[in-house]
Write a protein that binds this ligand. Structure first.
Ligand SMILES: [Fe+2]
Length: 355
């Protein structure tokens, strides 16, 4: 006999043990509060390039934490390196993917007493910090600050170990993530693995996400292209997506942790929980949207160019998308959504190109 949704009832909002741990330890939140930086809740920031940051004594720069959608699997932070300066070197028992949003600079990465491997970056560069590798970010400009946004699995590390002394003070070298003897680690051309659906780009450094060649992947609508990206042996990953002028993507929902970083065009995203009214989030370059786990979300391009974004994702160790990802086909969506899109495109003089 099939079990229908009508027979499902919610047992509790928050599991009692989760509540107990939150009340008793709050290890991650306590650490964030000690950092003395602004902490942004919610699911959205309009522009990380102009977001107000605070002085970051521990790292010697400026920063802010984004604790979006209260998911505790992956959180982002924004860092600014002052002109002519660097952030203090750090190593850490959590993963990190970095997207540069403004400025230019360089990063050195090393393990233990091994040699430093360095690469230069600019707006649009994407790379990962190999697990527990030392890293130091430099600003190459003497006059302009440089900013990046990074997604980390820091919340998980703090919930598991609690002690920053261990998380930032463990000397183990994870050679499978980054071989210190490999001089070409950050320079080698990426490998495109076609055996996975849509293909996966296996690389350690992308100079400019705007230049990455994408492949047609039209599940979310005609003209949509994308590329999954595996960096530095990480369990966290990124993907680049692009969809055409005059079009929007199908609404879909999935598990926690995705941070959608808009890089081209302008538009808006609607997000809603099942049975509730959508909330609208306007975006342009620099916007980040983090759909809460299980919430429907839909990206609309109302600008004059194809919309390209980089989504940074939580570790597959905590988010395996069991049961798959659901989407709403265009013929089944609320017609008010299409009308709203047509009105917004008309305001911008953009011709709608939906089917
Ligand atoms: Fe999504």
């Amino acid at each position: 006999m099939a079990v229908t949704a009508a027979k499902v009832s919610k047992e509790f909002e928050v599991h009692p043990y989760v509540q107990f741990m939150n009340d008793r330890y709050r290890a991650y939140r306590r650490f964030l509060e000690q950092e003395g930086l602004p902490i942004l809740d919610g699911s959205y920031v309009r522009d990380v390039r102009t977001l107000e940051l605070g002085g970051w004594e521990r790292r010697g720069g400026r920063g802010a934490y984004l604790t979006f959608s209260d998911q505790m699997v992956a959180d982002a932070y924004v860092a600014e390196i002052l002109p002519g300066r660097s952030l203090r070197p750090q190593h850490q028992l959590f993963e990190e993917i970095v997207l540069v949003v403004s400025g230019r600079g360089a990063t050195s990465i090393w393990q233990g007493d091994g040699p430093r491997r360095s690469f230069e970056w600019q707006r649009g560069s994407l790379f990962a910090i190999p697990l527990n590798a030392w890293h130091e970010h430099f600003n190459a400009s003497g006059t302009e600050p440089a900013r990046f946004v990074a997604l980390t699995s820091q919340p998980v590390a703090f919930e598991l170990y609690r002690d920053p002394g261990f998380i930032f003070g463990c000397d183990h070298v994870f050679r499978d993530r980054f071989d210190p003897d490999d001089a070409e680690f950050f320079n080698r051309p990426g490998q495109y693995l076609t055996e996975y659906y849509g293909g996966i780009l296996h690389t350690n450094f992308i100079a400019d996400v705007r230049q990455v060649q994408l492949v047609p992947r039209e599940k979310r609508g005609r003209g949509t292209r994308n590329m999954y990206i595996h960096l530095a042996g990480s369990t966290m990953f990124a993907h680049i997506s692009q969809f055409p002028v005059g079009r929007y993507k199908k609404a879909h929902r999935h598990g926690p942790g995705a941070h959608v970083c808009m890089i081209d065009s302008t538009g808006y995203t609607l997000m809603w929980k099942e049975g509730e009214e959508p909330t609208r989030y306007d975006w342009a370059e620099g916007s980040i949207i983090c759909p809460p786990a299980g919430s429907w979300h839909q990206h609309y391009n109302t600008g004059p160019e194809p919309c390209r974004f980089v989504a940074l994702h939580a570790s597959v160790a905590v988010q395996r998308e069991e049961g798959g990802i659901e989407q709403i086909d265009f013929e089944h969506e609320d017609s008010a959504l299409r009308r709203m899109y047509e009105e917004e495109c008309a305001k911008n003089g953009v011709a709608v190109a939906m089917d």
